[in-house]
Design a binder for this molecule. Structure first.
Ligand code: IMP
Length: 195
């Protein structure tokens, strides 16, 4: 099956490829179809709304199924700064080393370090509008840990492991991450449809 992944985020794209390619999907990206997302605004209040808006925006421009992800980090002690606004925290162009250090500084006086990554995956143009969500619970580390992955990976330690997403590398992360869980639900949905 051919599907266009609606993201400019190389880290996300690699994860989509690692999870969907071995299952027989042929993935295209925005560059392949010269899709310009400049006019797109994330106006939704939830990950699900934003994922669906993104997938519809791109699907209106290309004649093929589109899959999109809207995701982010939620930190219980800092409820207002990340979530659906995770990419915009301190500005989209700010280096994640600076963003991650700022989060560690904001949490330095807090006891509760619990956090979760959430992903909503929307698929448009295949069988109506499809939506799948995944969440990975964990906590924020006390320092920057590791240099694999992208974004907030170096400060997030999932409950199932004793290391950050950025320390464990792609294969381990793709077994337990929010995005992997949401994509797994998409794959299961299609497998059930085929049966
Ligand atoms: P989006 O592109 O609007 O969905 O923004 C997602 C934001 O959450 C970006 O700041 C990403 O860096 C961050 N994010 C989402 N998933 C992950 C992840 O798996 N690891 C690290 N950061 C992530």
């Amino acid at each position: 099956m051919k599907i266009l992944v609606a993201t400019h985020n190389i880290g996300k794209l690699k994860e989509f490829e690692a999870i969907l390619k071995p299952r027989g999907y042929t993935l295209y990206n925005l560059e392949d179809y010269k899709v310009n997302m400049d006019g797109f605004e994330e106006t939704g209040e939830t990950f699900a709304e934003n994922a669906m808006l993104k997938a519809h925006f791109v699907h209106a421009l290309v004649n093929m199924p589109v899959i999109s992800d809207d995701s982010g980090l939620m930190i219980d002690a800092l409820p207002d700064i990340l979530g659906v606004k995770s990419a915009r925290f301190m500005g989209e162009d700010t280096d994640y080393k600076i963003k991650n250090q700022a989060i560690l500084d904001l949490l330095s006086s807090k006891e509760d370090r619990s956090a979760a990554f959430h992903s909503a995956i929307a698929v448009v143009g295949l069988q109506g509008d499809l939506l799948f969500e995944g969440q990975c619970d964990g906590h924020i580390a006390h320092e920057i840990l590791g240099d694999h992955g992208f974004g907030y990976d170096p400060i997030f330690v999932p409950n199932q492991r004793d290391m950050s997403f950025a320390q464990m590398g792609d294969i381990e992360k793709n077994k337990i991450s929010h995005r992997a869980l949401a994509l797994e639900k998409f794959v299961e949905y299609l497998n059930e449809k085929e049966d």
